[in-house]
Design a protein around this ligand. Sequence first.
Ligand code: ATP
Length: 577
Amino acid sequence: MTFSELATYLDQLEATSSRNALVRILAEAYKACSVEEIEPITYLIQGRLAPFFEPVEMGLGERLLMSAIATAYGTSKEDVTKTYKQTGDLGLTAMSLGPKTRDDTPSVIEVHQRLWEIAGLSGEGSLKAKLDLFAALLGDLDAASAKHLVRITLGKMRLGIGDPTVLDALSFAKKGDRSLRPVLEAAYNRSSDLGLIAKTLWAQGLEAIEAIKVTVGKPLRSQLAERLPNPEAVIKKLGLVGVQPKYDGFRVQIHKDGGVVNIFSRNLETMTPMFPELVAATVSLPVKSVILDGEAIAYSPESEEYVPFQETTARRRKEGIDEFATRVPLRAFVFDVMFRDGTDLTPLPYEQRFAIVDEMLKGSDTLQTAPLTKTDSVEVLTRELLDNISRGLEGVVAKRLDSPYQAGARNFNWVKLKRNTSGELTDTIDVVLIGYYGGKGKRAEFGAGALLAGVYDSERDEFVSISKLGTGLSDEGWRDLHKQLSRLEVGEKPARVNSLLVPDVWLQPELVVEVLADEITPSPRHTAGMVGDQPGFALRFPRIVSFRSADKKPEDATTVREIREMFQQQHQRAVRD
Ligand code: ATP
């Protein structure tokens, strides 16, 4: 496949506003792929050169790209700047200046290799070399291809192709229906690498997909917790449980392979440079290879207190990490182990995995085992919950002692119990902003009135509306938010957004916001959970609590399934009360 042919598919994907059409077009593109092409294409359609967890950066910002466009098309930088001002999009700028057609355009594989080469250059003189190579590549492409190449390079490919859409498309391309999705998804949960899955399916078939193993260096998708309303419900449903404090820190998946340590966030981004003290502590562990799961939390030696999530994540800014590490060093409370010295431990019961963690971490100060209390008593569980809340922690997580580690699953193997500010036992909801209304009066000054928020339908890979959001932010907060929103504005409803309400401005679903609401109510206006003529769900009195985009991708937002469960639990509680 030439890159130009891929660009034609990308144009079609960009033009559609339906999620089914995304799957169909992508499946067509996949059908046209050879074994060698399918892996790079899988990364490129998501605007990447490698899986999400590999921090491959092209290192070419807007200014350099403008120079490259000028060089490639023999125009002046002023011309490029002028066109950019008119189009507001560097991809469209390249398209309008480049030649409409060109013979002998390079293959997808070649373009991927050349981009890879550019990304690999570093050190003195590398900027000039990157620029020259990129200009040469642009010079070999037609205008439509140049548009996508520039967007990929800037990391601004907004086709909105989520991982489940890729899995569905692979299944359609191979089988003509969605039936392969569960097997593909299970392999994806173990490896987080869509390119590997696509290549394995094309080259070796379904059996080889089932054989894709847990591997050090490739993050597993995180196991997540379900909710239950109170300790009684937990003991009734799970029986004997292991109870642990729920730390309000930063989820870390720590991989050690010999002397190499990698640390991944909850949404599988590589975060290694952010955590030098965890890396050092992991190197010293008495194992050759290991995968650990835990929660990193900043600890202030002066006050002897744990510092909450927001401050822990302040380290994301690259500068000052060393200063942070001295002032508020991190600890990680490790609660699981998935792999050790060549053996996949995920099938073992939790009790055994926990014993392995406990033994392995003896003597480490930075990596501590999250304490575990075994109980089948409602009183003990209630006491643990209240104790932890009074110590300033979020609550507890109760775990089934006989459960395997189920990568990517949110099920009753783990149940979280938290307390909200009003003293009721409920949980916050993570919504994705999908649009906003102009707003009247004071709010209009800041550019946004009410926000339109959605949750994630993981089955359909769609964002469905659940609430308007209008309160909880100061004027300053609104102003900051507006800056973030303007980056995400799009002219048309994105293909993966499904909403009956039409906001004044649609947003690319990206920004995750944590909200607290009084109640979930049925609503004919919102599409979250809407099936046939059954109404959807809405949030009553939602308030913004925090911005979660630091550690959550839009697909990590609360799902429709969770909303339905929370609605049912709330109903049970109302009946009981
Ligand atoms: P939240 O918004 O409450 O952080 P979440 O959507 O990130 O929730 P959940 O599945 O709801 O994830 O809760 C599990 C999260 O709780 C984990 O991702 C982890 O970051 C955190 N956590 C803290 N302490 C523990 C623990 N002892 N065991 C498991 N997870 C823990």
